[in-house]
Design a protein around this ligand. Structure first.
Ligand SMILES: [Zn+2]
Ligand SMILES: [Zn+2]
Length: 154
């Protein structure tokens, strides 16, 4: 059943920070909120929720930044916004999927905060939410993503 082709390797733009993913992702997301627009310097941010015990930094060190300074991790040198450890949640990490050496397979499964999106910003997400889904709404999404989420081709 595990057709995720794990483990995955990845790193920041300059290569000083390297990471490894050893467990299947829980959910693939695009967020259109204005905070993500500012942080990512683009129309929306991308996230791949990885179980925390399946995610490790294998080289280099990150520094904290962003608005909620305790959760957003950046490379100290190239300042790439690499991943987020949501405050008060210790069981998953939101990795920016473009950190993965092979991320051509990535596609957002849900999109959030469409109420704030740029008028032309479209994604292939199967499920759209004006803000975040409520907490009870996540479990069915995680189960559906495990069945039908986009996977690495090789
Ligand atoms: Zn770097
Ligand atoms: Zn956002």
């Amino acid at each position: 059943m595990d057709d995720w082709k794990l483990p995955w390797e990845g790193g920041c733009r300059c290569g000083k920070v390297r990471l490894r993913v050893t467990k299947p992702p829980l959910l693939a997301m695009a967020c259109h909120c204005t905070g993500c627009q500012s942080m990512s310097a683009r129309a929306y941010s991308l996230s791949l929720a990885i179980p925390a015990d399946g995610f490790e930094i294998v080289q280099g060190e990150t520094m904290l930044g962003g608005l909620n300074k305790d959760m957003h991790h950046f490379c100290r040198d190239c300042m790439t916004w690499m991943f987020t450890r949501p405050l008060g949640i210790d069981w998953f990490v939101n990795l920016r999927p473009t950190m993965l050496d092979d991320h051509a397979w990535f596609a957002p499964y849900i999109e959030t905060f469409t109420a704030e999106k740029l008028p032309w910003a479209e994604t292939p997400a199967r499920h759209s939410f004006e803000a975040f889904p409520d907490m009870a709404g996540y479990q069915p999404l995680v189960e559906a993503y495990a069945r039908e989420g986009a996977r690495p081709a090789k």
